[in-house]
Design a protein. Structure first.
Length: 211
């Protein structure tokens, strides 16, 4: 829930979003109703492996945060610190999600490249996955680590009527991670291209997962 729109409705919007997701049984992180909530680490067990999810946004559209703890703002030092804490709390895998980049630009921005480069060598971080640009951005190897810069759209009403036609596209990304006594490693990334069909906004897969 960390995005450029997180504080569009102020603290009330953050609180109501968290309550709605909670009622629906959807785990979430990135925006918070209290300092204590921000200090928690979202860890889920997947196939017997404890996976931590961290979420950050590059910007909030110039709107100041209601409180310093309201939304996670992308900062290399903060991400590293949270990843270390997640490991101490028992996470075997740490996935960092970034809401970053320049809208409608298929190539990563300087902020994306610099941030990925700064974090790629951190042993506490297993994978980096991003969204926000509304178009698919590349998967690249940065400092020896694969980085998903932008998954494009999943569900959206954007189309060639308002925006680049590429805003109808997205991809589901599959992270293939090995875990052993030495730690966790992102071995490979698969993906399934998707297309938002208009006017009923049905999300359709375009092909089988690729390697």
């Amino acid at each position: 829930t960390a995005s450029n729109h997180s504080v569009g409705q102020g603290r009330s919007g953050i609180d109501q979003t968290g309550l709605a997701l909670g009622r629906a049984g959807v785990l979430h992180t990135g925006s918070f109703s209290s300092s204590a909530a921000q200090n928690r680490t979202l860890i889920v067990t997947v196939k017997g492996v404890r996976v931590a999810f961290l979420a950050y946004t590059e910007m909030t559209n110039g709107i100041p945060l209601p409180h310093p703890w309201s939304v996670n703002i992308a900062n290399v030092a903060a991400v590293r610190r949270a990843a270390r804490v997640a490991r101490r709390r028992g996470a075997q895998v740490v996935i960092v999600n970034f809401h970053w980049g320049t809208e409608f630009q298929a190539q990563p921005s300087a902020f994306q490249l610099n941030t990925a480069q700064a974090l790629a060598g951190d042993p506490d971080i297993t994978a980096i996955v991003g969204q926000h640009a509304h178009v698919v951005q590349p998967i690249r190897r940065v400092g020896g680590k694969l980085v998903v810069f932008g998954e494009g759209q999943l569900l959206s009403n954007q189309s060639a009527a308002c925006c680049p036609i590429q805003t109808e596209d997205g991809m589901l990304v599959f992270l293939h991670i090995t875990v052993n006594r030495q730690g966790s490693k992102l071995v490979s990334i698969g993906y399934m291209p998707t297309w938002d069909r208009h006017p009923d906004y049905t999300v359709l897969p375009l092909s089988d997962a690729l390697r």
